[in-house]
Design a protein around this ligand. Structure first.
Ligand code: PNS
Length: 166
């Protein structure tokens, strides 16, 4: 069985992520969506929440499972016997960012990175942009799974209320 890993922060999962995982699931026997839980960055959603939203978003993909990881992604791949990391590319900037990581991961182990072009409809979709636009009241409907949309608006409202209380 050939297993691939789709790693990311998924804070939160977007339709761009779902598209890439769906494509990866056609190429490999099993895909593990790996949620990085290293504590370096501040996140809108806790690791368990990100895992929950991914589980819902990928529910119709029988050969996809969701897991958390800490430390190096290649170590996680080794632990579960994955042969590849799958990353989506929206354009040249993603490639410039991803290439050194792919080369480093290939230097460290024999885990190869496979780049998959994302659908053009998601070319501008990123978790960070979605959070920024939604925080200022912009409409992000159709850019994230519906359940994520609801949780995102609820979390942003909570944050705004907490800030207003001082
Ligand atoms: O969604 P993101 O924030 O682009 O995901 C980044 C992630 C989690 C995939 C990346 O930071 C990662 O692989 N982190 C694990 C630590 C690691 O292996 N770092 C070396 C990469 S060469």
């Amino acid at each position: 069985m050939r297993t691939a890993v789709c790693p990311g922060s998924f804070d939160p999962v977007t339709n761009g992520h779902v598209d890439i995982v769906r494509r990866a699931a056609r190429l490999f026997d099993e895909v593990v969506v790996a949620v990085g839980t290293n504590v370096s960055k501040s996140r809108l959603f806790a690791p368990e929440e990100r895992l929950e939203m991914l589980t819902e978003a990928m529910a119709d993909l029988p050969n996809v499972r969701i897991a958390g990881f800490q430390g190096l992604i290649v170590e996680f791949c080794r632990d579960i016997g994955a042969v590849a990391i799958v990353k989506g590319l929206r354009g040249a900037t993603d490639y410039e960012y991803e290439l050194p990581m792919a080369q480093m991961n290939s230097h460290l182990t024999d885990v190869e990175t496979v780049f998959v072009p994302g659908a053009t409809r998601n070319a501008f979709v990123s978790s960070s942009l979605i959070k920024e636009v939604a925080a200022f009241g912009g409409d992000v409907t159709g850019l994230v799974p519906p359940a994520v949309h609801d949780r995102l608006l609820a979390r942003l409202a909570e944050r705004a209320a907490a800030r207003a209380e001082g």
